[in-house]
Design a protein around this ligand. Structure first.
Ligand SMILES: [Zn+2]
Length: 259
């Protein structure tokens, strides 16, 4: 039986690799490599929800990757934020490689306040900060803008199919009042999460971001929405690109596996 003291000592001095359970003091080399996968790649859920931005993932969601994500999220192994943040930073950079330079804002997917209370921390926000730090170490000017919030309660997505998930999250997110200016100021927005399943939540988050960056006030670009030019006639419209990056996605969502 695990007692609270064992959980506590795991935070300070992990006795086993959280990926494979082998006895050691940190993530073992093999599990660290699993987190890097075959390198970050473009992922697409099937079916793909309407409005889903381009998503890159660091690794397939299986085995050690799954175990490490759960250890961080549900068992409070906060020290894993660093390696997980590096993996997330890699996925962010893979998505940016096609775009230009400049500052990047990482927007973490919001957790339900009740989930944050139950876990005692907000894992996605923590990973966003760790990824931003990793990006800055690599010379990419990155910051975290935690501007999304749940405007209503949503049911737990597990156990729902793709269509039910879309209905469950439709209109569920919005941008905290007064922060839209921060988004347009940065321009390159990357939604970040630990895991993509059906993509329903990421599509809803992208909708909420695009809703505050309306054509007429700023231009909005991404591969799907196309380019909306400012109607202001100022000529130098701000442009927002919305992409998404996750640490893990189902193995069959990686484009390389399709044929
Ligand atoms: Zn291991």
């Amino acid at each position: 039986m695990r007692g609270w003291w064992q959980d506590l000592s795991d935070l300070v001095l992990p006795a086993q690799c959280p990926g494979c359970g082998r006895s050691r003091t940190s993530l073992c080399t093999r599990c660290a490599e699993a987190l890097r996968g075959a390198g970050p790649g473009r992922v697409r859920p099937r079916p793909e929800p309407p409005g889903l931005p381009v998503v890159h993932a660091a690794a397939p969601y299986q085995d050690a990757v799954r175990a490490v994500l759960l250890a961080h999220k549900e068992r409070g192994a906060l020290w894993l934020a660093r390696p997980l943040g590096e993996a997330l930073a890699g996925a962010v950079r893979a998505g940016l490689s096609s775009g230009g330079g400049g500052a990047v804002a990482l927007v973490p997917m919001p957790s339900a306040p009740s989930a944050v209370r139950a876990r005692g921390h907000d894992p996605t926000r923590r990973l966003a900060y760790a990824a931003a730090a990793g990006l800055r170490r690599a010379g990419v000017p990155a910051r975290v803008l935690a501007v999304l919030r749940q405007r209503r309660a949503v049911a737990d997505q597990s156990g729902l199919d793709a269509r039910q998930r879309l209905v469950n999250v439709a209109g569920a997110l919005d941008v905290v009042g007064g922060t839209a200016g921060l988004l347009t100021e940065v321009g390159r927005i990357v939604l970040v999460d630990d895991l993509m399943t059906t993509g329903a939540s990421l599509a809803e988050a992208a909708r909420a971001i695009r809703a505050v960056a309306r054509p007429g006030t700023v231009g909005v670009t991404d591969e799907r929405a196309g380019l909306f030019r400012s109607r202001s006639g100022m000529g130098m419209a701000n442009r927002i690109t919305v992409r998404a990056a996750v640490i893990a996605a189902s193995p069959d969502s990686f484009e390389i596996n399709r044929n």
